[in-house]
Design a protein around this ligand. Structure first.
Ligand code: ZN
Length: 165
C-alpha cells in the first residue's frame, strides 16, 4: 500500500465525523500564513488554527515567489484577508542548499540541465531571508493591504515562533 493509499483510508474515517461543510470561503481570521513545506511544521497545531480560520501558502523555504504574490493578491482582493505572516524556519533544507549541485543532480536524472530561469531560492542567512521576503511583499503593488506584514522564524527545535524585525 502506498502512502497515498494510506491517506485515502484516513480520509474515509475523516468524512465519517465531518462537521465543516457549512464553512464560508473567506477566512474567519483575516490572515495569510506563508511558510515552508517542511513536514515538521504544522501551522494548525503551532498557531491554534481550525478549519476555516486562515489561508496557508506553502513552498520550499516559505519564500515569497511570484505565485505566492498571486495567491496573496487573490486572498486580499477577493477573500478579505489583510494580515500576512511570513514564517521561515530553522534547519530548513533551503538554508545553504547548493543550487549548482542540485542543478547537476536534475541534469543527471533528466538528461538535460534545468532551464537557466529556474532558481530554487537557496539562502545563506535565515533572518536575512525573512526580511527580504517581507520587504518584497511590502513593495508589491498587487497587494491591497501592506501595513500588517510581519516576518517570523519557527524553531523546529522548540516549536516557538519568533518575530524578526
Ligand atoms: Zn524549510
Amino acid at each position: 500500500m502506498s502512502a497515498t493509499d494510506e491517506l485515502l483510508e484516513n480520509n474515509a474515517r475523516f468524512t465519517a465525523g465531518f462537521q465543516h461543510g457549512e464553512l464560508e470561503a473567506p477566512p474567519a481570521r483575516p490572515v495569510v500564513l506563508v511558510t515552508c513545506m517542511d513536514a515538521r511544521i504544522d501551522p494548525a497545531l503551532a498557531l491554534g488554527l481550525v478549519p476555516g480560520d486562515a489561508h496557508v501558502l506553502r513552498n520550499a523555504g516559505g519564500l515569497v515567489t511570484d505565485d505566492v504574490v498571486r495567491s496573496l493578491a487573490i486572498s486580499q482582493h477577493a477573500l478579505g484577508t489583510r494580515e500576512i505572516m511570513v514564517v521561515q524556519h530553522t534547519k530548513c533544507g533551503m538554508h545553504g542548499l547548493d543550487e549548482n549541485a542540485l542543478a547537476l543532480r536534475i541534469e543527471a536524472a533528466a538528461g538535460s540541465p534545468p532551464s537557466a530561469s529556474v532558481r530554487f531560492g537557496a539562502f545563506t542567512d535565515l533572518e536575512t531571508s525573512v526580511r527580504a521576503s517581507v520587504a518584497r511583499l511590502r513593495a508589491s503593488t498587487l497587494l491591497l493591504h501592506r501595513d500588517r506584514i510581519r516576518g517570523f522564524v519557527y524553531e523546529v527545535e522548540t516549536g516557538r515562533v519568533r518575530e524578526i524585525h
